[in-house]
Design a protein around this ligand. Structure first.
Ligand SMILES: [Mn+2]
Length: 235
């Protein structure tokens, strides 16, 4: 059984295309999973969701897939100018982008995505996938340096052999108490011109994990972002 996992595409249509091509060159996978934050940031909208569905990618919901987070941040930026990471213009721009640039169908699909997926590969081997952790869609514990006890607590409500997530845009694998924790991000919102994805294979009683980083045409993506007028975060 072979899984392909990636996360935090954040609208990077060009990066996603490169990932799908690279995956196909590697022989494909039985199950493809995108672990949330599919849109916002780079060029893709309806077209990106269509591409994912065409490739039968199973989707998990991320904290950037619906406008509520951006509405909240816009409110904070309005009340406390200069104290948020980005300006009110950016946050309000993203709220408007959801309304004006995505079809009703795409918005509906994004708001009804599951928060988690579970795959029982054997009676003993369960793969669990969510955007950040089972306790919060934006749990800030997904980076590699998180203390072991914090990680244990964050995922303790779910019993699995492998936990896959994204949210922090750095891929890694980590063994803890005989369980594997994997960050499978990110395809988009990067500064190194690379898109990351993970191939996870269960064969003859063993898991094999491969994490890939591949280049994509950053200029083509930047051009698409400009052409479409997608709001960009402040530098
Ligand atoms: Mn996120």
């Amino acid at each position: 059984m072979r899984f392909a996992l990636f996360s935090d595409i954040h609208g990077n249509y060009t990066g996603l295309t490169a990932v799908l091509n690279a995956l196909s060159a590697l022989g494909g996978a039985d199950v493809l999973i995108a672990a949330g934050d599919h849109v916002t940031g780079e060029s893709g909208g309806d077209d990106l969701i269509e591409l994912l569905l065409e490739h039968h990618v199973q989707l998990v919901r991320g904290d950037s897939d619906t406008p509520d987070k951006f509405s909240r941040l816009a409110e904070q930026a309005r009340l406390h100018p200069g104290q948020t990471r980005n300006s009110l213009t950016y946050y309000q721009g993203i709220v408007d982008w959801f309304e004006n640039s995505l079809s009703k169908n795409t918005r509906h699909l994004l708001t009804t995505l599951p928060f988690e997926l579970t795959f029982d590969v054997t009676p003993e081997q369960r793969l669990y996938v969510c955007h950040a952790s089972p306790r919060a869609i934006d749990d800030p514990i997904c980076a590699a340096g998180t203390p072991a006890d914090t990680v244990r607590r964050a995922y303790s409500s779910v019993d699995a052999s492998i936990y896959a997530f994204g949210h922090a845009h750095t891929s890694y694998t980590r063994w803890l108490d005989g369980r594997l924790y994997m960050n499978v991000a990110s395809v988009g919102f990067r500064h190194d011109g690379l898109s990351h994805f993970t191939v996870l294979t269960y064969r003859d009683g063993h898991w094999i994990s491969e994490q890939h980083a591949i280049s994509y045409d950053t200029e083509a993506e930047a051009k698409r972002v400009l052409q479409r007028g997608v709001p960009r975060p402040d530098p």
